[in-house]
Design a protein around this ligand. Structure first.
Ligand code: CP
Length: 304
């Protein structure tokens, strides 16, 4: 399977076989976390973050360092020539001669696709508006696989801001490659977009939508919790109506299956109480550590 020079734009561009190949390489990468490797010696990654990030940006940096590569870029667009009015296309045309691949996170949908149209080096979408976050979906699937030993046969609950959250959409499309039952848990105002539901239904997925987690908690094998994306609400008063809608705590999980795992792409801002952290269900910090392995795998496949 040849991934050399490939863009990573959407989880929908990857077949189940390709995802499983990435997961195999990600597991192989575990040994290099301790020993390091010079696999990407002389390769340079550009990290262009027009939006805040901790995990995605730093795990790409760490992945390059662990594989012997180097990283340049910015995480504050106000300190780049964007602040002087430079267009994204011009920025890409310049940076492509400085780096072998470019990771971009941007506020505007379509910006990452536009960058890929003009770039001679691979573009990796690290989150684009309210649409996709494909490498997050890959690490989420990898986390489920590693923590449950399978994805097929599971009932996966996805809870929180399904309207504005991008990780939930990418994860739902990624899960559509597997034989899973999907349960979407959100208040009316934050339900999954109709077009995504239609796409999933075309893929033969039967989806249950509820607004109350208590209705379904005992059915779930995986509970994927997300933050309400305050920064993406067009109207702050709408955010106030749903703010604090969910708060998962030990009591919420009382009727959960013994082997339920709780995931969250992080950052959390109150949707999972810290009293869950020490339960057998909590896997969100482990999940973020899998991001390093998956990003090491992707960079090695694209740049080798
Ligand atoms: N999960 C995720 O994308 O985290 P960051 O926003 O910190 O990168």
């Amino acid at each position: 399977m040849d991934f050399s020079g490939r863009n990573i734009m959407s989880i929908q561009d990857f077949s189940r076989d390709e995802l499983e190949h990435i997961f195999k390489i990600a597991s192989d990468m575990e040994k290099f976390v301790k020993t390091g490797s010079d696999m990407l010696k002389n390769k340079i990654l550009a990290n262009l973050f027009f939006e805040p990030s901790t995990r995605t940006r730093l795990s790409f940096v760490s992945a390059m360092y662990r594989l012997g590569g180097k990283v340049l870029g910015f995480d504050d667009p106000k300190m780049s020539s964007r602040a002087k009015g430079e267009t994204l296309v011009d920025t890409i045309r310049v940076i492509e001669s400085y780096a072998d691949a470019i990771v971009i996170r941007h506020t505007i949908e379509g910006s990452v696709t536009l960058a890929a149209e003009y770039s001679n080096v691979p573009i990796i979408n690290a989150g684009s508006g309210t649409l996709g976050h494909p490498t997050q979906a890959m690490l989420d699937l990898f986390a489920i696989l590693r923590e449950k030993n399978t994805i097929d046969g599971l009932t996966v609950g996805i809870l929180g801001d399904l309207k504005y959250g991008r990780t939930v959409k990418s994860l739902a499309y990624g899960l559509a490659n597997y034989d899973v039952q999907l349960v979407f848990v959100a208040p009316e105002q934050l339900r999954m977009r109709r077009d995504v539901l239609e796409d999933l239904s075309e893929e033969g997925k039967s989806i249950r939508e509820v607004s109350d987690l208590d209705e379904v908690i005992s059915d779930l094998d995986v509970l994927y919790v997300t933050r309400i994306q305050e920064e993406r609400f067009p109207d702050p008063s709408e955010y106030e109506k749903v703010k604090g809608y969910f708060r998962i705590n030990r009591r919420t999980l009382k009727s959960a299956k013994d082997d339920l795992i709780v995931l969250h792409p992080l950052p959390r801002v109150g949707e999972i109480s810290t009293d869950v952290d020490s339960t057998k269900h909590a896997r969100y910090f482990k999940q973020s550590s899998y991001g390093l392995l998956v990003r090491m795998a992707l960079l090695s496949l694209i740049l080798s």
